[in-house]
Design a protein around this ligand. Structure first.
Ligand code: NDP
Length: 293
């Protein structure tokens, strides 16, 4: 049936957050500390404001401390670096996240690499990217990490599966490909210069679409029985009304796929869940405490 094909990221993320709340409560009771996440927002980007508000609310709902910094869009890179330095030194702040994009006078890579890698809960620091690539205990980017959990929940062992990742950004496509490689998938990374994308997708047991183009991946590209993870969040207008769609043409892909994430309600809710998990993991490492079961 169609409903058994739908991969419910919202329900999975709710369970994940409930478990994190229990782990946080245990840490408070047995070890006397509360994990803390600092989120820094520069400027007035409306989508970023919504993300930051949701992150703050869910951090508090999980019983963690939320530190929110809202800076004007005239903030200089030096001011931003000074704030990060302060947060790096604050023992109550276990995770630091700078909401992207930042205004043009600030170099996002300089900001990311100024964060203590042990507090880099977005997993974008060059040290964490390097650990993901070479095999070390780092922090893994939240969105691809969420995609991986959904795939493993659905498919179990991923070894030997042919995965096609569409998109090669540092925040989604590249770390996704790395995670799938670490699971012993055979990985193809497609991008804007790929010659025949439909043909690449037709060979895939697992398709992860992270492009940012509404419904670009057509249903008839999907191999029968493939699992499809749609990372795209695209706002389009239908009959004058705003609507969110993914990078995959959901209606035509659903009957062919063994499993597919909807948009909204698929990958999106997982991202904050993994952000909370990364904060919990970072806090335990910084305090030298075992991660509660
Ligand atoms: P980027 O714009 O950074 O990367 C897009 C990638 O898609 C690039 O590698 C680009 O290739 C590739 N691409 C563009 N056009 C094509 C094409 N015609 N065929 C094949 N590949 C193409 O985006 P992000 O990785 O940051 O995000 C991707 C999507 O995921 C967006 O819709 C974003 O909103 C969403 N997203 C959702 C999140 C969530 O669910 N929480 C979190 C992060 C992102 P090239 O490198 O050659 O230019």
């Amino acid at each position: 049936s169609d409903s058994s094909r739908i991969i419910d990221g919202k329900a999975f993320a709710e369970k994940l957050r409930a478990k994190i709340a229990e782990q946080v409560a245990f840490l408070k009771e047995k070890h006397g500390f509360t994990p803390g996440l600092a989120v820094v927002l520069v400027g007035e980007d409306p989508a970023s404001k919504v993300y930051v508000r949701n992150k703050g609310e869910q951090t508090k709902a999980a019983g963690m401390a939320s530190f929110e910094y809202k800076l004007p869009d005239t903030t200089s890179q030096a001011e931003m670096l000074a704030l990060i330095d302060k947060l790096n030194k604050d023992p109550n702040v276990n995770g630091i996240l700078c909401q992207l994009p930042v205004p043009k006078q600030i170099d996002p890579q300089a900001i990311i690499n100024a964060i203590d890698p042990d507090k880099d809960v977005d997993g974008f620091h060059v040290v964490n990217a390097g650990k993901l690539a070479t095999g070390g205990e780092g922090l893994v980017p939240c969105t691809p990490y969420g995609c991986l959990l959904l795939l493993k929940d659905r498919l179990g062992d991923l070894a030997g599966k042919h995965a096609v990742v569409i998109g090669r950004s540092n925040i989604v496509g590249k770390p996704m490909a790395q995670l799938l490689l670490n699971e012993s998938c055979t990985v193809t990374i497609a991008h804007s210069k790929t010659k025949d994308l439909p043909d690449e997708v037709r060979r895939a047991d697992i398709v992860v679409a992270a492009v940012g183009r509404p419904e670009m991946v057509k249903g008839d590209w999907i191999k029968e029985g493939a699992t499809v993870i749609d990372v795209g969040i695209n706002r389009i207008e239908v009959n004058g009304k705003g609507k969110l769609v993914g990078d995959v043409e959901y209606a035509t892909a659903l009957p062919r796929a063994a499993g597919i994430t909807p948009v909204p309600g698929g990958v999106g809710p997982m991202t904050i869940g993994l952000l909370l998990r990364n904060t919990l993991v970072a806090a335990c490492r910084q305090r030298g405490v075992k991660l509660p079961d």
